[in-house]
Design a protein around this ligand. Structure first.
Ligand SMILES: [Fe+2]
Ligand SMILES: [Fe+2]
Length: 306
């Protein structure tokens, strides 16, 4: 019928027919888009300030549960609840408690960008997963710890964007895709040349990500093994040459490595690891390690699942 469009089951109105990785475009008129978004439990989702203060993003929770936790807000959204953002000041992180379906209405066109972004992200996560299980679980854990630490310390570095922190943490070791398996999975200590190759994962990672992400992301990936006293790699940067985001990554990365059973060293518990990192003020930013210790002690930060 002329002027009537519909979507049923998995089939879409011929006008649209668009479905990309969890995001479906249900209707569109001019800049207005109505979408359905499926988000799996634990996924990383955040709201970013719109380009114009007139843009509005509306979300209706159809199923599942979403929490929004910021300095000023602590709200949980269940089926039937909705929220919208307009003239948002800061990036806001959503915690997806259960697999969720949202109806998402945006007054600015977001579908193509969002869909492309999600697809790249998922492809890269799958790439790490195929390469080795450890790196995949490790990446997710480092992301969770980094976000927790960053959220608690954000006032120390207002210029650091949450979005860049999340993406760089999730992909900090993606360069390992280019390190040969016999080195990556070697149980014994690496030889000198092997270790040199392993160190290259920082450079490979930044190279791989350049196509998709800004310097704010690649710069952190490149520098996540630098240490304050200049003993890190690949550039032996020291002190102020290491951005705050990379310092957070360094702590989150080491914390996960120390508390995970990787077959050679007995894993530490969270408190032991946090104390040890706090004792290494020459290498790790004291503000970050002390926040970690405080959050472990208060139970605010717990070990992620392996
Ligand atoms: Fe690394
Ligand atoms: Fe790592």
């Amino acid at each position: 019928m002329r002027g009537f469009y519909f979507n049923k089951g998995d089939s879409f109105s011929s006008e649209l027919g668009l479905s990309k990785d969890g995001l479906r475009l249900l209707a569109k008129q001019g800049n207005l888009e109505i979408m359905q978004q499926h988000i799996v439990k634990g996924a990383v989702v955040w709201l970013v300030p719109g380009e114009s203060q007139d843009d509005l993003d509306f979300f209706y929770v159809h199923s599942g549960r979403i929490d929004i936790i910021t300095d000023e807000l602590n709200e949980s959204f269940a089926p039937g609840d909705s929220f919208y953002v307009r003239d948002l000041k800061d990036e806001t992180f959503l915690k997806v408690r259960e697999d969720s379906d949202l109806v998402y209405v945006s007054t600015a066109p977001v579908f193509d960008d969002q869909a492309a972004f999600q697809k790249d992200l998922l492809n890269m996560v799958a790439q790490i997963n195929r390469k080795d299980d450890y790196t995949y679980v490790h990446s997710r854990n480092v992301m969770h710890y980094s976000v927790k630490l960053f959220t608690a310390l954000k006032q120390l570095c207002p210029a650091q964007r949450l979005e860049d922190m999340v993406v760089s943490a999730l992909f900090h070791d993606i360069g390992k895709c280019r390190v040969p398996d016999e080195i990556l999975k070697k149980k014994e200590a690496l030889t000198g040349p092997e270790y040199e190759q392993m160190k290259m994962h920082t450079v490979f990672g930044a190279e791989l990500l350049t196509k998709y992400y800004p310097e704010g992301v690649t710069g952190l990936v490149l520098r996540h093994h630098e240490r304050l006293d200049g003993s890190g790699y690949p550039f032996h940067l020291s002190g102020d040459e290491i951005p705050f985001g990379a310092r957070i990554l360094a702590v989150a990365d080491s914390f996960d490595a120390m508390t995970t059973d990787r077959g050679y060293n007995k894993p530490m518990d969270a408190l032991q690891a946090a104390q040890e990192l706090a004792g290494e003020a020459d290498k790790y930013d004291r503000r970050v390690t002390e926040k970690l210790l405080e959050m472990v002690r208060s139970g605010e930060l717990k070990l992620e699942g392996k």
